[in-house]
Design a protein around this ligand. Structure first.
Ligand SMILES: CC(C)(COP(=O)(O)OP(=O)(O)OC[C@H]1O[C@@H](n2cnc3c(N)ncnc32)[C@H](O)[C@@H]1OP(=O)(O)O)[C@@H](O)C(=O)NCCC(=O)NCCS
Length: 179
């Protein structure tokens, strides 16, 4: 079982579970912002508060995933989310996915710090041996954050993804970190 009361403390952010009362119009605006959602699967459908609340509460109930709110320490503000899961029931690995919703916080090393915190938590507390992420080949910020957090490019699924029906196909880059 994952202890959903866990708090991961970094230098500039803390991570604690994202809860229903974090689901507000600001969180909603992040997911409907084309700059933020460009590489997120949520972009395919218009997001609503009801959808966000349902997503957050489903993960809260799950024993194989945890959704963290990224809280900027200086002003105690929720600026994005990072999810670990689902944890594979037999192979003890999990996916990590994330976004910094407030673009004012981009380029400050926050994704790198959050990914590192979650990776260490996965290995040291949950006993996982592998964490992985997939991303659009053109998503340079995400790629650099993963590399700086200790992930390695392990492979690419050629021409697997596209931003929308009219866009060119892009490779899905697979990054992984092993304990
Ligand atoms: C991608 C994202 C998570 C990066 O978050 P971030 O907090 O800005 O990342 P960091 O500050 O830790 O950046 C890591 C490195 O990438 C660089 N970087 C960040 N965004 C970049 C961009 N758009 N283009 C080029 N480099 C970028 C940073 O400068 C830093 O490099 P440096 O240390 O050499 O200066 C954030 O831009 C975001 O949430 N985007 C929208 C959602 C998304 O793409 N999520 C990931 C899906 S896989």
């Amino acid at each position: 079982m994952i202890d959903k009361n866990v708090v991961l403390e970094g230098e500039t952010v803390i991570l604690r579970e994202c809860r229903e009362n974090d689901c507000n119009t600001i969180y909603l605006s992040w997911l409907n912002d084309p700059n933020v959602n460009k590489y997120l699967e949520t972009r395919w459908t218009e997001q609503t508060l009801e959808k966000i609340i349902s997503f957050v509460s489903e993960i809260h109930k799950s024993d194989h995933s945890i959704l963290f709110a990224i809280i900027y320490c200086d002003n105690n503000t929720h600026i994005g989310n990072i999810k670990l899961g689902p944890i594979h029931p037999h192979y003890n690995y999990a996916d990590v996915s994330y976004f910094i919703g407030d673009c004012n916080y981009w380029g400050k090393g926050i994704a790198t710090e959050a990914i590192k915190l979650v990776k260490d938590y996965a290995f040291d507390v949950l006993g996982l041996h592998r964490v992985q992420a997939g991303l659009f080949e053109e998503n340079v910020g995400s790629k650099k954050a993963l590399e700086k957090a200790g992930f390695i490019l392990e492979g690419r699924q050629r021409k697997q993804l596209r931003i929308n029906e009219n866009d060119k196909w892009q490779d899905n880059l697979i990054f992984g970190a092993v304990k």
